[in-house]
Design a protein around this ligand. Structure first.
Ligand code: AMP
Length: 213
């Protein structure tokens, strides 16, 4: 199974890709997570990426295309993979095609903008393992502590309200046209992102059941 997950920032891509990864036993790669790791380590790529991320803009295509090229050539991808947050522009999708990667499906999680803004303000991320929580919809058992690894939770810099609006603009302007791009290839599957994580997961699993052996 080679799957792309797309959706507005905060639509639940990371949460659902973790569920699919577990169920299908295939790795999930998030370009956002990789870029945040590079920012944290202060690598040259991280320094370049940070200014774009903080401004709610996309990191230049050549940077993320390079990350994905390295990742897809690794052994762990031989049985399939989930791309979470890549591609995010038509040139990135064309680069994926040029790498000879044939995707099985592109899953778009659809959530209205007003809901996105509400969600992002409650989002908390684990500083240890990157797990994602929401203070109302998916709270950790202990406040600001990760259930999975016990590390502290934090609010992402780019989840600030003003940046969220910019990221939504970027999504609609640059990423959403990918829906037509993949619909034309017969790969697009749209699923409505629900309030409860488990409801969205059920809809996602139902949509993907057609690919089960
Ligand atoms: P995410 O965690 O997927 O919401 O990504 C966080 C930020 O990382 C985005 O707002 C972008 O600045 C950057 N980013 C992640 N994936 C990509 C991508 N495929 N292309 C360009 N920028 C990206």
């Amino acid at each position: 199974m080679k799957l792309i997950i797309m959706g507005a920032p905060g639509a639940g891509k990371g949460t659902q890709s973790a569920k699919i990864s577990e169920k299908w036993n295939i790795p999930a790669v998030s370009t956002g997570d990789m870029l945040r790791a590079a920012v944290k380590e202060g690598t040259p790529m991280g320094v370049t990426a940070k200014s774009y991320m903080d401004a709610g803009q996309l990191v230049p295509d050549e940077v993320v295309i390079g990350i994905i090229k390295d990742y897809l050539s690794s052994d762990q991808c031989s049985n399939g993979f989930i791309l979470d947050g890549f591609p995010r522009s038509i040139p990135q999708a064309e680069a994926l095609d040029a790498m000879g990667v044939k995707m099985d499906a592109v899953l778009s999680i659809e959530v209205p903008d007003e809901k996105i803004v509400e969600r992002m303000s409650g989002r908390r991320i684990c500083s240890g393992c990157g797990a994602s929580y929401h203070v109302l919809y998916n709270p950790p058992k202990a406040t600001d502590v990760c259930d999975a690894c016990g590390a502290s939770l934090y609010i992402r810099d780019d989840d600030a309200a003003e940046t969220v609006l910019k990221r939504l603009n970027t999504y609609h302007g640059t990423t959403e046209p990918l829906k037509d791009f993949y619909a034309a290839k017969g790969l697009l599957i749209c699923v409505e992102g629900r309030e409860k994580v488990e409801d969205t997961t059920a809809a996602v699993m139902q949509a993907l059941s057609q690919f089960e052996a």
